[in-house]
Unconditional design. Structure first.
Length: 114
């Protein structure tokens, strides 16, 4: 079965950095596009970044130039490097894959606050 396990969240000051990781299992990781979503309190879940099986990337306008998505197919892992963090980046971040259905990890909390 598909499993996605995120890690790397935490509390960081504005302007700081975090790197999120998501380890995937239960499917052939290298042939699937992978996504990072986030959901802030009282808001809908939104797509933050996506990386195709071939390594092409896309970002939400709100994070362009600050976040970088990458993948390591040998480790079945997708990363989200987040720099210049802002208070409005505070959310639960989810790793996701669409394989006949949309699958989600358990999420990791990112809090940006001084």
């Amino acid at each position: 079965q598909v499993q996605l396990v995120e890690s790397g969240g935490g509390l960081v000051q504005p302007g700081g950095s975090l790197r999120l990781s998501c380890v995937a299992s239960g499917f052939i990781f290298s042939i699937y596009d992978m996504d990072w979503y986030r959901q802030a309190p009282g808001k809908e879940r939104e797509l933050v970044a996506a990386i195709s099986s071939g390594g092409n990337t896309n970002y939400a306008d709100s994070v362009k130039g600050r976040f970088t998505i990458s993948r390591d197919n040998a480790k079945n892992t997708v990363y989200l490097q987040m720099n210049s963090l802002k208070a409005e980046d505070t959310a639960v971040y989810y790793c996701s894959v669409f394989r006949y259905a949309r699958y989600w990890g358990q999420g990791t909390q990112v809090t940006v606050s001084s």
